[in-house]
Design a protein around this ligand. Structure first.
Ligand code: SF4
Length: 611
């Protein structure tokens, strides 16, 4: 019996209604770890290139990290991964809560889904009993109603489900667990909806064996004591306000976009900004909560009687920015409402808010009129209209049908307005400005899953202890002059990309980068038993990123030609990317990995696809 992982994945075929287990060798885990590392390997090999992401042949899945399910701090995360129907590139979406660990408790390191059901289904994996069950009575329900109904029937279970947005094949929809934790990016709600899969219900009792229990407990205790002792700075802010601690400060420093990325500070003055601050939001907090094995617990349950929300979840910074600053909306109640609606319907708040911003700017410039908008007057900061429009998007009602697949497709269908569509290859940009975090432009434009702020963006995460020698992970030091264009910066971008692929694949929360020193390799050793050094961790991360890249290239996408909207960026992000490609062993003119690089990373199977 291996330690940390189970050595087994589960294939679910919805067409034939079959379950099939597959055993994987330890070498696969050592090379691809878990999470989206394992996903790239399995999906690359099991899904032919150019498969329609919404077809029965499309494969997607749920992938807990290698350390997920153990007590190792901050490791409760999992990935949904596959081909994104929104960008037609590699797609992945990171999520927390308690669903990821339950996959491992059920005895699997991943659940992969293929095929397509004839009519709505949900699947149950309740210890050793697996079933396909008719979900006709759940179809049309939001995720909270779905979870309540399934829990009433199956007891104490973990559930991932889609709401109305996924059922309606909205390309900006996601998959929700714990009633509000959403794998929101990349459009996987539509993939699940296309397969007519309403929910996955899990209950497991499997214990995850670990190599050295005493060492694991000691490292965990030491780390958690540091977190619990923090009384100031980032950690304390996260624990109290969660990501909303950034609502004011990030706008003030020029990070948060306003008015569909075209606004200035004067457009959202301090007296308006302060109405949606983390402190204002905190007044509605009932209790904090967190993901599995997390000592920080940055989430919170809220009660907002003003908008009839007895129990809802604290909106994240991204949601406050996309429904607040981006729309010049200072009505906090409408942000609570929008957050709740998006979570229930299973729609990505970043893309939903950005698509409404697009519609408002189109209206302002006469590209949309009241005849197109079902009579709605789309103006900045009009919170009532924002909520009405959001409901229309969720239900594909009237103008909502045009907007339900994000800004790129809306502009294409409209035949105009692409200059107001703030996306990268179809995915709306995360709420962080490449004008402030200089390398965010590179990430938005060229990461194999474009438009994402969380994917290896060096400047974004280099606020934290990783900038100090051995400050975050022993053995990792960013080159000294990484903030300026040149050798050091390219090397830092490679290093950061590689290590973040590695930590993501372990199931580590991205916020680990802003807290304190983390016993990375020590925890891998105590859980799995591997004597991994930092050089192997970096090479593993390079392998994962290179395979993500290969997936997107194999789709025929000329990633290096991609551009992000001019108004979002000031630096030459292509030049930055070329330096990064050189360090990654990729051709800087095309973004294609060199053959030698593929061989060196044991990715020989990719050569035939790219050359
Ligand atoms: S810091 Fe927040 S998002 Fe990260 S694992 Fe903890 S509770 Fe989850």
């Amino acid at each position: 019996m291996p330690n940390g992982f189970l050595g087994k994945i589960l294939w679910v075929d919805l067409t034939n209604e079959t379950f099939k287990e597959e055993e994987l060798s330890e070498q696969i885990y050592r090379q691809y770890i878990g999470g989206y590392g394992l996903a790239t390997k399995l999906i690359y090999e099991n899904m032919p290139s150019k498969t329609d992401a919404l077809s029965p042949e499309s494969v997607f899945g749920f992938f807990p990290g290698l350390l997920t399910g153990t007590v190792a701090p901050l490791t409760g995360r999992f990935m949904v991964a596959g081909k994104s129907p929104l960008t037609n590139t590699w797609g992945d979406s990171n999520c927390g809560g308690y669903f990821g660990p339950e996959i491992k408790k059920c005895g699997y390191d991943a659940i992969l889904i293929k095929g397509m059901a004839d009519s709505p289904r949900y699947i149950t994996i309740l210890e050793d009993d697996k079933q396909f069950i008719d979900a006709s009575d759940l179809w049309g329900l939001d995720v909270v109603q779905t979870e309540d109904k399934l829990k009433a029937k199956h007891g104490s279970v973990q559930i991932a489900s889609i709401g109305q947005a996924g059922e309606n094949l909205s390309l900006i929809s996601g998959i929700v667990n714990d009633k509000a934790r959403i794998a929101g990016r990349s459009g996987f709600g539509a993939v699940m909806g296309s397969k007519k899969l309403k929910a996955i219900v899990l209950k497991g009792a499997r214990k995850i064996e670990v190599a050295d229990k005493d060492a694991l407990i000691q490292h965990t205790k030491d780390y958690n004591e540091g977190i619990n002792a923090a009384t100031a700075g980032g950690i304390e802010g996260y624990r109290t306000l969660g990501t909303t601690m950034g609502n004011e400060i990030l706008f003030q420093i020029g990070d948060t976009p306003a008015k569909n990325w075209g606004g200035r500070k004067e457009d959202f003055p301090p007296e308006r900004l302060s109405k949606i601050s983390g402190i204002e939001i905190d007044k509605y907090k009932q209790k904090p909560y967190g993901c599995f094995s997390c000592p920080v617990r940055c989430g919170a349950i809220m009660k907002v009687p003003e908008v009839d929300l007895e129990e809802t979840h604290r909106p994240e910074y991204e949601t406050c920015a996309s429904f607040g600053h981006l729309l010049l909306n200072d009505d906090l109640m409408s942000i609570f409402k929008a957050n709740d609606l998006c979570n229930r319907a299973g729609i990505d708040t970043i893309s939903a808010g950005a698509t409404i911003a697009f519609a408002i700017e189109c209206f302002e410039n006469g590209l949309l009129t009241k005849d197109d908008t079902d009579g709605l007057e789309l103006t900045w900061g009009n919170s009532e209209t924002i909520i009405t429009l959001l409901n229309k998007i969720i239900n594909r009602d009237g103008i909502g049908d045009l907007l339900a697949d994000g800004t790129k497709i809306a502009a294409e269908k409209l035949g105009k307005g692409s200059e107001y569509a703030m996306h990268s290859m179809g995915q709306e940009l995360g709420m962080h400005s490449p004008k402030y975090y200089k390398n965010m432009g590179t990430t938005f434009a060229f990461d194999p899953t474009p438009g994402r702020h969380t994917t290896a963006s060096l400047d974004f995460f280099a606020m934290g202890p990783i900038i100090k020698p051995n400050g975050l992970f022993e053995g990792i030091t960013l080159p000294r002059k990484f903030k300026r264009p040149g050798e050091d910066r390219s090397e830092a971008e490679k290093l950061f990309t590689a290590i973040s692929q590695f930590t993501n694949s372990l199931g580590l929360c991205g916020f680990v980068y802003v807290f304190q020193k983390y016993p990375l390799l020590e925890l891998v050793k105590s859980v799995v038993g591997w004597d991994l050094d930092i050089a192997e961790a970096i090479k593993t991360g390079q392998r994962i990123q290179t395979l993500r890249q290969a997936f997107t290239l194999r789709e025929g996408i000329d990633i290096i030609k991609n551009k992000i909207p001019e108004r979002t960026v000031t630096v030459d992000y292509l030049e930055d990317y070329k330096g990064y490609c050189e360090k990654m062993g990729w051709n800087p003119e095309t973004g294609y990995p060199f053959k030698e690089t593929l061989k060196d990373l044991n990715l020989d199977f990719v050569v035939k696809d790219l050359f």
